[in-house]
Design a protein around this ligand. Sequence first.
Ligand code: GLY
Length: 593
Amino acid sequence: MTKRVTAAVLLVALGVSACRPATTSGPAPATAPAPSTPSVAAGDARYSGTFSGGWRFPEAREAAFGASAMVASNSDHASQAGLEILRAGGNAMDAAVAVGFALAVTYPFAGNIGGGGFMVIRMADGRTAAIDYREIAPLAATRNMFVDEYGKLTDKSVVGHLASGVPGAVAGMDAALQRFGTMSLAQVMAPAIRLARDGFAVDSALFRSLSGAKQRLCRFEGCATFFPGGEALPPGARLVQPDLARSLRLIAERGPAAFYNGPVGDSLVAEMQRGGGIITKQDLQAYVPKWREPVVSTYRGYTLITMPPASSGGITMTQTFNMLETFAPLPAFGSAEYTHLLAETFRRAFIDRNAKLADADFVPVPRDELVSKTYARSLASQISRTQASKTPAFTAGRPEPEHTTHYSVVDGRGNAVATTTTINGGYGSAVWVRGGGFFMNNEMDDFAAQPGSPNMFGLVQGEANAVQPGKRMLSAMSPTIVLDPQGQVLLVVGAAGGPTIITAVTQVILNVIEHKMTLADAMRAPRMHHQSLPDQIRLESVGFDSLMVTALRGMGHDVVTTQGIANVNAVMRVTGGWHGVREPRGAGLAVGY
Ligand code: GLY
C-alpha cells in the first residue's frame, strides 16, 4: 500500500467529510447532517444539510409548499401552465401534458414538439405505467451514416438535418393524456397556444442561453425569430411565435395527425428535403409511442418506479441502488468513503449500460439479470472500500453540455407524473422547421454513431446501440417516482444532463432516503459524477472539502472539478402537502397550491 493510500484510509477511517455540518450546528455527525431545522417530512424526521465552506447555494434556499398539488419545471410559464390546469380541475397527467407543450414555447432550449421523451406515472389507485416516446432513426438511416469515407466520425449527428430522429413528443403526450388524463388535448394545450400566440417576456435566463447559442442557431432559420436584427431578444422583450402557435393550434384541433400526417409534418418534411435530411412522410406516419413495463425495485424499504429501455436510466440506477444497498447504512454524505462507493457502483453500472443496454425491441437486453439483487451482490463484492478500480480505457470523452429538461407534477388526489423530454443538445440540431416554428432534435448522436468512440457526452458505447432504421437511440433520461415504505408517493424526480442525469437523480434520492435531507438540501447538495469512461470522478467545484479530494486521489481516483452537474426538478411529500424545488443550478419554478 502506498503512502497516499495509507493517508486516504486514515482519512476515511476518521470520517473526514466534505459535507460537514455548519459550524453553527456543532460537531460532525457520523452519518447525517446535523438536526438543525424542524422535521418536515411525513412521519420521517428530516434535517437541514450544510455543506463545505464556500458552497454556492445558500442554506436559506427553500422549497415551495403546496397543500394540494405541485409542479416543478425549468420554466416559470410552463409551471404556471400546469398550475392553471390543476386549478381548473385537471389531474397530474392533464397538468403534465400542459407543462410539456408550454415548455415547447417558453423553453426552446429543450422543451419541444420536435423531440421526444419518457414519462413515468403512478396513479393514486396504485396503477403504474411508463411511456416511451423516444425518437426513432428514420427508415433511410444506416449504421455508418455519420462516418466519412476515411472512417472518421463527422459532426453530422450533432448539427444539421441528418442529426434528427423522428420526433415522438406529440404522439407520446397525446397517448399519455388519452390513457390517464381527464381533459381534452385542446384544453391542456390552451396555455401553450396562448403563450406562443400572445408572447411572453424574455427573461435573463433565456437571453443568456440564446446568446450562447447564436452562432449555431444563426446557421439556420430560427435566427430571425430569436435574433431579430441580429441580436438575441433582450430581457423584457416579448417573444411571439406565430408559426408555433399555428402548429400547436392544429395539433389541438386535429390531434397528433396534424403532426404525423398533416400540415405540421408537411413543414417538417419540407425542411428535411431543403437541408438534406432523411425524415419522410412515411417515417412520420410510422411513428408510435410505446407503453413499457416500468423498472420497479426496492432500496431499504422504499420502492423506485423508473424508466426501462429505450432509456438506460432505470436499469442503471437500479443496479447502482442494489449495489449500494449491500453497503448500507452508507457512510456520511460527502465523506471520501461515500463518494468512493458512489464512484465504484456507478462505474460498474455504466460499464453494463454502455455495453448491454439499447432499444430492447431490436437488441436482447438482459433486464432481469441486470436489476437482480443477486447480480448486484456479485458486482458489489468486487468493490474495495479503500482502493479505486479501473475501467478498461478507450478514448477520453468530452465534457457534457447541458440539455434536456425534466418536470415533476403531483395533484391533490395523489397522482404523480415524472417526465423528462429532450431535443438532445441545447436547441437540438439547431435546424428550425420553417412554417412549423420549432427546433428539431439531434438525438441521432445518442446512438453509438461509431461504436467505441465517445459521443457528445463522452459516453463510449458498444454495438448494441448502433444506428438501425426504426430503432430508438439509448437514452439516460430517468424520470422516477419513489414510494415510501407505506406505499405512498414520496418523491417525483428526474433531471437533464446526459449521463449525469442518472448519477444526479440517484444522489437526490439518496440524499432524501439515506441522508434524510430536506428536499431543498437534497437538491442544493454538491454532486459528483462517474460514468466509467472517462475514468474519473467529477465533483462540483467548491462543494467538497479539499481533504476529501486528497483522500479520493489517495485511493487511486482521478478527480476533476466542474461547475455544475445536471439539472433536477423534484417534488416531495411533506407533512400536510408537498414541497417542490426547481434546480438551484438553473432556471425555473416550483409552484403549488
Ligand atoms: N439526449 C440525452 C438522453 O436521452 O439521455
